[in-house]
Design a protein around this ligand. Structure first.
Ligand code: FES
Ligand SMILES: [Fe+2]
Length: 403
C-alpha cells in the first residue's frame, strides 16, 4: 500500500483554499488534510509536533495550518514555519520533522503516497483521471471490514446472478440483469497482468451465444468493474477502490465516469445511500434496513436495488477479518483464489527487495488503455480469451466490443 498512490479523501471535502481541515485515517495513521491559500493539498500527522493537540481544530490561514494551542504553523510539506510562543530567533521548529505525505488530485479524488520518498512513483494516467467534473461522479463510504474482504467482492462474477437479483422490474439494478439471470454458474478465469489481474467470466446467454465480462483487479486496491453492462463499453465503467482505514475498516471509493457526456441525475444512486460522516444509511448496525416483505416479493436481499448495499452486507457481515480457514471454496471462487495467490506473490516479491508490479516510473508505463472493462455477446464457437486479446489490440476497443 505504501508503494502506490492511494485515495486519501474526496477533493470536495476541502473544496476551497483555506477551507476547514478534515480528519483522515489512512493505513492506521491519524492524519489531517487541508487546502492551503494557494489551493495545494497537505496531509499531515493529526497531532501537533509540539505537545500533540489535534491540528483538526487548527486555523487554516496564509499558506499553513496553525495549531490553536501555541500557534505552531505547518506548511503542506510539514515544515514548521512559525513558533510564536518561542523566543525570537528560535530554531526549534527547524529541528522537528512533522510527518507529511505528498498529495495529487485526479478524478475528484486526493491521492496520497505514504511510502519512501526516493521511490515516489508517477500517478497512473487512467483514462478517467483528467475528465471534466460533470463527467465524474465520485462517492465514498466506510466499510466495517478489512479492505481485502471488500476487494474480494469484486473478484467473483458469480454473485451477480444471486446477490443482486430482483424479482420486480422496478427494483432491478443496472447492467444486464437478463444476462446475469440466464446462467448463475459462469465459467471464471483470472489472468495475471502487469497491473494486477484480468478477470474473465462467461455465461451461457442462449444455445449459441456467450455473455462475456472482463473486469480487472488493479494494484494495490482497485476493482475496475463493467457496471454499465453492454452499454458501458462506450459510456464508461466504475472503479471501486477499497482503501485501508486500518486493519478492520476500509473506505470504499466509487468512481463512476462517462466518457462522452455528463453524469445524469438518476445515475447518482449512491448519494441517497450515504449519510453524514460517509456512513451508509443502510449499514451493519441497522441490518441494512432489511425489509422481509420486499425480500419475499421484490429483491433477493430485501435491501433495495443499490448494489453498494448488497455488496457491503455480503462482505461486512463476515466480521471485520474473516477466519479463512473456515471457508469452503468452490469453482465459483477460482478468481478469488487467483487474486489471493497473486497478492501473496506480490508481497513476497516486495519482502525480497523486488519492485512491486504496477508502480509507474516512466510516462510510457502510464498508457493504461489495456486496463479495459469489456462486456460482449459472442458466438459459442469463438474462444473467449482470444476474443478478449483481439479487442485489447484494437485502439478503441470499447466502441467495437459493444454487443
Ligand atoms: S501543542 Fe500545538 S503548538 Fe503547542
Ligand atoms: Fe456485487
Amino acid at each position: 500500500m505504501r508503494r502506490y498512490w492511494i485515495p486519501a479523501l474526496l477533493s470536495s471535502e476541502i473544496a476551497e483554499p483555506d477551507s476547514p481541515p478534515v480528519r483522515v485515517r489512512l493505513l492506521g495513521e491519524d492524519l489531517v488534510a487541508f487546502r492551503d491559500s494557494e489551493g495545494r493539498v497537505g496531509l499531515l500527522d493529526e497531532h501537533c509536533s509540539h505537545r500533540g493537540t489535534s491540528l483538526f481544530f487548527g486555523r487554516n490561514e496564509e499558506c499553513g495550518l496553525r495549531c490553536i494551542y501555541h500557534g505552531w504553523k505547518y506548511d503542506i510539506d510539514g515544515r514548521i514555519v512559525e513558533t510564536p510562543a518561542e523566543p525570537a530567533g528560535s530554531t526549534l521548529g527547524n529541528k522537528v520533522h512533522h510527518t507529511a505525505y505528498p498529495c495529487k488530485e485526479g478524478a475528484g479524488v486526493v491521492w496520497s503516497y505514504l511510502g519512501p520518498r526516493e521511490k515516489t512513483p508517477l500517478l497512473p494516467n487512467y483514462e478517467w483521471m483528467n475528465l471534466p467534473p460533470d463527467q465524474l461522479y465520485v462517492t465514498k463510504s466506510v466499510q466495517d471490514c478489512s479492505w481485502l474482504q471488500g476487494l474480494e467482492g469484486e473478484c467473483d462474477s458469480s454473485h451477480l446472478s444471486i446477490l443482486h437479483q430482483a424479482f420486480s422490474q422496478t427494483k432491478r439494478g443496472g447492467g444486464d440483469p437478463d444476462m446475469y439471470a440466464a446462467d448463475s454458474a459462469p465459467t471464471l478465469e483470472g489472468i495475471q497482468t502487469g497491473y494486477g489481474m484480468r478477470l474473465i467470466s462467461c455465461r451461457k446467454a442462449d444455445a449459441d451465444t456467450i455473455y462475456l465480462r472482463v473486469s480487472n483487479i488493479v494494484l494495490p486496491c482497485h476493482g475496475f468493474v463493467p457496471t454499465g453492462g453492454l452499454k458501458g463499453n462506450i459510456e464508461g465503467y466504475t472503479i471501486h477502490s477499497h482503501v485501508p482505514i486500518d486493519d478492520k475498516h476500509s473506505m470504499r471509493y466509487n468512481i463512476h465516469f462517462r466518457r462522452n457526456r455528463p453524469i445524469r441525475p438518476e445515475e447518482r444512486q449512491h448519494d441517497r445511500q450515504i449519510g453524514a460522516g460517509f456512513i451508509k444509511t443502510r449499514n451493519l448496525q441497522n441490518n441494512y434496513l432489511q425489509d422481509r416483505e420486499e425480500q419475499k416479493r421484490e429483491t433477493f436481499t430485501g435491501m433495495g436495488r443499490t448494489f453498494l448495499t448488497h455488496d457491503s452486507c455480503a462482505t461486512e457481515s463476515m466480521g471485520p477479518i474473516y477466519d479463512r480457514t473456515r471457508e469452503h471454496l468452490g469453482v465459483s471462487d477460482i478468481t478469488v483464489i487467483a487474486v489471493r495467490k497473486f497478492l501473496l506473490q506480490c508481497v513476497r516479491e516486495i519482502v525480497s527487495g523486488k519492485e512491486p508490479p504496477h508502480v509507474i516510473h516512466t510516462p510510457d508505463q502510464a498508457d493504461l488503455r489495456h486496463v479495459a472493462c469489456i462486456v460482449a455477446k459472442i458466438p459459442t464457437s469463438q474462444d473467449p480469451k482470444q476474443f478478449v486479446s483481439e479487442q485489447l489490440k484494437k485502439e478503441r476497443y470499447w466502441e467495437i466490443a459493444d454487443g
